[in-house]
Design a protein around this ligand. Structure first.
Ligand code: IPE
Ligand code: IPE
Ligand code: MG
Length: 251
């Protein structure tokens, strides 16, 4: 029996989030420049995106570039930015064939102009697709996102547009980049690092965490299947006791 057949089609996670990590180490192990690892990471992006869309995942969020990644050597940052443009050019057909809508979270205002333009164009081209939504986290960090939300809320209160007593967790979520996107059900991190690195801190409050030692460029469809099978074996209690959580009570 193929691994894929072990997946329960009635329990597919709605939102899968991924910290794609280990490109640099992958390249180093092969005696190559770090950028070669990033280039090979593109195949893993395609595989995981296709596999998720085929399984009926509704949202796939990929952490592609963090706020802190701007501090890497200029050559690496530039290589990542141009790789992003090349990839969007090459993969637009994959997005269309799989009915995938592209979205981004993060501070696009500090992305190079031509990268931002290409992103906007691809978002526009895929806007009518209604299968999976692929969310690229670019120039993103959770602390940036949460601080932004707090600033915007404060501004609205000062402007008299918002009553302080209306601020609760639902309203706060509306000010985040992920507004209208359900919280991730599972968060996958590759490369054997057991940390979150400033990704979706608010949204992962009750997300199931899954770590694999494999480096990102080695990731294939099978690895997503394994993560989902593992996720399906878990019992999510959301603070309740297991008898209650089995009854599917409202969160
Ligand atoms: C992930 O791989 C890609 C980005 C963060 C852009 P890394 O570049 O972090 O690779 P390692 O972790 O150094 O091996
Ligand atoms: C997290 O990976 C960011 C992305 C995958 C884009 P990093 O490689 O930047 O994280 P640290 O530095 O190991 O925590
Ligand atoms: Mg890394």
């Amino acid at each position: 029996m193929a691994l894929k057949d072990n997946i329960d089609r009635n329990k597919i996670p709605v939102h899968v989030a991924v910290i794609m990590d280990g490109n640099g180490r992958w390249a180093k192990q092969k005696g190559k420049e770090r950028v070669v690892g990033h280039q090979h990471g593109v195949k893993a992006v395609r595989e995981v995106t296709e596999a998720a869309a085929e399984l009926g995942v509704k949202y796939l969020t990929l952490f592609a570039f963090s706020t802190e990644n701007w501090q890497r050597p200029t050559d690496e940052v530039n290589a990542l930015m141009s790789l992003l443009v090349t990839t969007l050019n090459a993969e637009i057909s994959t997005l269309m064939e799989n009915n995938i809508k592209l979205q981004t979270i993060g501070d696009l205002t500090i992305m190079p102009g031509q990268v931002r333009k290409k992103l906007m164009k691809t978002i526009d081209q895929t806007a009518a697709n209604n299968g999976m939504t692929l969310i690229l986290a670019l120039s993103y960090s959770a602390r940036w996102e949460i601080t932004n939300a707090a600033r915007e809320i404060a501004r609205n209160v000062l402007d008299g547009k918002l009553d302080v007593d209306r601020i609760d967790k639902n309203l706060f979520s509306e000010y985040l980049q992920t507004k209208n996107i359900p919280d991730p059900d599972i968060l996958v991190r590759t490369s054997g690092e057991y940390r979150i690195s400033n990704f979706l801190l608010w949204q992962i409050a009750y997300t199931e965490l899954y770590f694999t030692k494999k480096l990102w460029p080695d990731i294939r469809k099978q690895d997503l299947y394994e993560a989902i099978i593992d996720y399906q074996r878990r019992e999510r209690r959301f603070g309740r006791i297991n008898e209650q959580s089995r009854m599917n009570v409202d969160r």
